[in-house]
Design a protein around this ligand. Structure first.
Ligand code: AHR
Length: 325
């Protein structure tokens, strides 16, 4: 179908990856086909990310083959294998978990199809298996969440034992954002011995998951001062559970989340969430730009970090009217 001469050398040279050795081109007519293996549709963030990728592909004139893995690694691997068979020009994917990708990425490399990671990283020693990774610094996101708590730990939250009890709603087990957001948060709160994580469990980045785990936490933990949710959706699920337990989210129990999607920002502006660390899903334009460069054999940086901010309730109220997702 395609005369893909992209040689996947992916040599790391001074922070740049050479996407091709010598000449490189896409189809004879210059068009580019991208196979994108999406994680799923687990959250508002993911929906916005999918829209960004689909719209950007259209705008860039890139033919996009898109699959939804429903949060299952085996589905993503199947999709990647099918893209290899279809001889697409570029494969891009957001790996649901960090490990277990080497075999399929070797297959892509043997087929000389460059791979671009978006949103989430893979844990591999062989960095020649992908050209670049476009996405957030999840450790930094966790650090921002932890630092806010250290700076805003309230004397009224301290119990008789001198502790501020935090329950953590983790993202998908084994995923880069769940691992890194936990680490960054723990690193920062270690500065204040009053702050303790008393329970931590996965809610799989979904609203339902967050609600169910929070219901169980409320039943088994007599004093919860703070919820740290690895995304807005789980935080929103926790809000439902807290209200059902007769408590006031944001007041009786403080809530910190990550993402800053519209529903999260609305809850923040209403005082039901106290702080949100932004994680931008709008990766589509950068991805298409990289895909074009890679197909043209141009150099791309081996890491492209997304710029992000944080929001207080006041800042959320101000930002909401223009919020696109
Ligand atoms: O990988 C990014 C994370 O995945 C987002 O924070 C979360 O909402 C999504 O499901």
């Amino acid at each position: 179908m395609k005369k893909t001469l992209i040689a996947l050398c992916a040599l790391a040279v001074g922070g740049m990856s050479l996407s091709a050795c010598g000449s490189s081109e896409g189809a004879d007519d210059g068009s580019i086909t991208m196979g994108f293996a999406q994680v799923g549709a687990e959250s508002g963030w993911r929906t916005a990310n999918t829209t960004s990728i689909q719209e950007s592909a259209k705008e860039a004139g890139i033919d996009l083959k898109f699959s939804d893995a429903q949060q299952k690694q085996e589905n993503q691997i199947k999709s990647i294998r099918s893209y290899i068979q279809q001889k697409v020009d570029v494969i891009a994917f957001s790996p649901v978990v960090e490990t277990g990708w080497d075999a399929v990425l070797q297959e892509a490399k043997r087929a000389k199809i460059p791979v671009v990671l978006t949103d989430r990283a893979v844990d591999t020693e062989d960095t020649s298996l992908y050209v670049t990774f476009i996405g957030s610094d999840f450790v930094e996101e966790g650090e921002k969440a932890g630092q806010w708590l250290v700076d805003n730990a309230d004397a009224s939250d301290v119990d008789k034992d001198g502790a501020i009890n935090v329950v953590e709603l983790q993202g998908t087990t084994g995923s880069a954002p769940a691992i890194d957001r936990k680490k960054g948060f723990e690193d920062k709160i270690s500065a204040d011995s009053k702050i303790k994580i008393t329970a931590s469990q996965t809610g799989d980045f979904t609203r339902d998951g967050g609600k169910q785990v929070m219901e169980a936490f409320l039943q088994s933990n007599p004093k919860i001062d703070v919820v740290y949710a690895h995304n807005d959706d789980m935080g929103l699920g926790a809000i439902e559970a807290i209200k059902a337990a007769g408590k006031k989210p944001g007041t009786d129990i403080k809530i910190i989340t990550v993402d800053a999607v519209k529903d999260g920002m609305t809850a923040l502006a209403a005082g039901e969430i106290n702080y949100i660390v932004e994680c931008s899903p709008l990766l589509g334009p950068q991805l298409m730009d990289v895909a074009k460069k890679v197909a043209a054999g141009e150099e791309v940086p081996d890491r492209i970090v997304t710029e992000e901010t944080t929001f207080t309730p006041e800042q959320a109220a101000e930002a909401l009217p223009d919020r696109k997702y």
